[in-house]
Design a protein around this ligand. Structure first.
Ligand SMILES: Nc1nc2c(ncn2[C@@H]2O[C@H](COP(=O)(O)OP(=O)(O)OP(=O)(O)O)[C@@H](O)[C@H]2O)c(=O)[nH]1
Ligand SMILES: [Mg+2]
Length: 377
């Protein structure tokens, strides 16, 4: 899954205003008739539900909207440049990279169809017709079109889900996702089966639909790049609730209680190292593989030990379905108490210029035209 991309966006320039004078047979000193330039096209991002990767942005770097055309004779306004709409997956964050390399979040595209203007098209200049007046009957002035905005952008997908599954490799995260949803995540008896996140929708008893996210396994030192690293944790940053899935069989044989406790602590530590608020998210802790006798027999002791750490655990079996009802009940209760805040605070609003607040509006005298006109007069 390509979930990060860097691109450049460039809006179209505005067309220049024109300097011209009306001519017709027999009329040599016609009045000014230079039209205005057309506006340049702007660049927009649009959130699209049918996309789930930023792969396409790997093969193309520059995204450019069309420029406006220059003004014409007979006071004709130049054609406007067409806007460019770039589709990106729902859940994509849009960062603007400033010249000093700093990034600011300018958009969080969480609603399908959501639009964000990322680069405004240049504004068409004014033709000399606009400068006519009783004291300026042969105006040589025009306003050139302004340049379109140009930006460097970083896109980053953070999946939108209610509940995120975290745990060591092989703990049974994908098995649990497949049991509860229509997902068909790959399951296998070796670590790092899941390489990219899987989503599934689970219908709760109260009719509520909950989006579950299964992510790759975390190991000790993931924050230092061990295993698959911890970048994929970004995909559970938006979740409202985490489910820790613990496999007591993971570790030394006969030491199931110890395995479970250290497994839980390892995940807590890695979440903390990652930061971004994951450590503070509410969680449901489950001991998986309760269908295995050894696990079942150690469950009470595991539960007591983990309770000493201040948290409660549930016993489930993703494989047999044991404990699912209580598990879903718990999720439902917790979610009811957690507000749906899935978006990130956007720091900077993209400036929107009009002809009145243009930062670089200039009036230019058309020298060539002055010469020809001098000749003519
Ligand atoms: N006995 C038993 N085996 C299970 C259970 N849940 C998962 N397994 C097995 O454990 C192995 C790992 O399961 P996965 O669902 O792929 O584990 P995962 O946590 O997604 O692993 P990664 O994707 O590698 O992080 C598979 O062989 C599963 O069949 C369970 O409840 N009981
Ligand atoms: Mg998996």
């Amino acid at each position: 899954m390509v979930d990060i991309a860097k691109i450049k966006v460039k809006a179209g320039s505005g067309g220049d205003g024109k300097v011209s004078f009306y001519t017709a047979r027999g009329i040599t000193k016609g009045g000014p008739d230079g039209g205005d330039g057309g506006n340049g096209g702007s660049v927009y991002f649009v959130a699209d539900n049918n996309l789930n990767t930023l792969m396409d942005f790997r093969s193309k770097e520059l995204y450019e909207a069309q420029s406006g055309e220059g003004g014409g004779k007979k006071n004709m306004t130049g054609a406007s440049g067409e806007d460019l709409y770039i589709k990106i997956p729902v859940g994509t964050l849009v960062y603007e990279i400033e010249e000093n390399g700093r990034e600011s979040l300018v958009g969080d595209m969480i609603e399908p169809g959501q639009k964000l203007m990322i680069a405004q098209g240049g504004i068409g200049g004014k033709g000399n017709y606009k400068f006519r007046g009783s004291t300026n009957q042969t105006p040589m002035q025009y306003v050139p079109g302004t340049l379109g905005e140009e930006k460097e952008i970083r896109l980053e997908i953070k999946l939108i889900a209610d509940v995120g599954f975290v745990g060591a490799p092989n703990a049974g995260k994908s098995t649990l996702l497949n049991r509860l949803t229509n997902a068909n995540a790959k399951v296998a008896n070796y670590p790092f089966t899941t390489l990219t996140p899987n989503l599934g929708i689970c219908k709760l008893k109260n009719g509520q639909s909950v989006v579950l996210a299964d992510i790759p396994g975390l190991i000790e030192g993931a924050s230092q790049g061990k295993g698959l690293g911890d970048d994929f944790l970004r995909h559970i940053e938006r979740t409202r609730l985490l489910v820790h899935i613990i496999d007591p069989l993971d570790g030394s044989a006969d030491n199931y209680v110890e395995n479970a406790v250290t497994g839980y602590e390892m995940i807590r530590k890695e979440l903390k190292e990652y930061g971004h608020g994951l450590e503070d998210k509410d969680g449901v802790i489950v001991i998986n593989k309760m269908d295995v006798t050894e696990v079942k027999e150690s469950f009470q002791e595991i539960s007591n030990k983990i309770k000493e750490l201040g948290v409660e655990v549930l016993g489930i079996s993703a494989a047999s379905g044991e404990g699912m009802e209580g598990f879903l009940q718990k999720i439902s209760e917790k979610l009811n108490r957690i507000p749906k805040t899935v978006s990130f605070e956007v720091h900077k609003v993209v400036k929107k210029y009009t002809i009145d607040n243009l930062p670089n509006k200039r009036v230019v005298f058309n020298k060539d035209k002055v010469k020809t006109l001098e000749k003519r007069l």
